[in-house]
Design a protein around this ligand. Structure first.
Ligand code: AMP
Length: 212
């Protein structure tokens, strides 16, 4: 029984994923993380991806589909939390096919609803632990001890290269054109829950847990 998180960049999908993974043991499948890892690997493909990620465009669907197929087949016995996939209608169809092949089911799709001005604030305040990947927002969800990761005690924090005002505009454009139509796609199926993602972090978790 799998879950899907849909929403614009920096809406809090990654943070809520981390919480649900800890609470219920989902396998976290973040296509953004997979693509960033590939891009940092120095491979030929990684170098091509670097450009895509840097300007906020969507990566080629064939490539993303191949990566998630491998992961779904590996973890098909677990419940998977899809974070950032699908991002387009054709990806949603592909996901249906693989889930059917692996006898799984999408239990619920959560649409993170948030105002674009809130997104900009979040993006500007978002930092990631370089060592374990934990994500913080310096305003709304800072580490308990300033400058020290709650998860692994590292003091190395980095900002994502695509977290800036200029690139947000592009990422948001792709979201509106390609990803937002998935809301209706899953609504028609009766498995969509819209959550208020501008609420405080704990409240967002409550909204998700209550709809599970
Ligand atoms: P995210 O970490 O989910 O914000 O994703 C970061 C970037 O990875 C996006 O801006 C896209 O360039 C790329 N990306 C992530 N997921 C997908 C996907 N399902 N399809 C295409 N590109 C993706």
């Amino acid at each position: 029984m799998h879950l899907v998180f849909l929403g614009p960049p920096a809406c809090g999908k990654g943070t809520q994923s981390e919480i649900l993974v800890k609470k219920y043991g989902y396998h976290h499948l973040s296509t953004g993380d997979i693509l960033r890892k590939e891009s940092a690997s120095g491979s030929e493909l990684g170098n091509l991806l670097k450009l895509t990620l840097a300007n906020g465009a969507l990566a080629p669907t064939d490539l993303v589909n191949k990566a998630i197929k491998k992961d779904i087949e590996k973890y098909s016995k677990n419940s998977i939390l899809f974070d950032g996939y699908p991002r387009k209608i054709d990806q949603a169809h592909f996901l249906d096919d693989i889930i059917a092949e692996t006898n799984g089911e999408i239990r619920r799709v959560f649409y993170f609803d948030i105002d674009v001005n809130d997104l900009l604030q979040r993006i500007l305040n978002r930092v990631t632990c370089k060592d374990c990947g934990a994500v913080y927002n310096l305003q709304t969800n800072p580490p308990k001890k300033e400058g020290v990761c709650d998860n692994c005690a590292s003091t190395n924090f980095v900002k994502r290269g695509d977290d800036n005002e200029a690139i947000l505009e592009n990422r948001f454009k792709y979201f509106l054109e390609e990803t937002a139509p998935l809301k209706e796609f899953y609504q028609k199926r009766g498995i969509l829950t819209v959550i208020d993602a501008s609420a405080p972090l704990k409240n967002v978790t409550e909204q998700i847990v209550n709809a599970l």
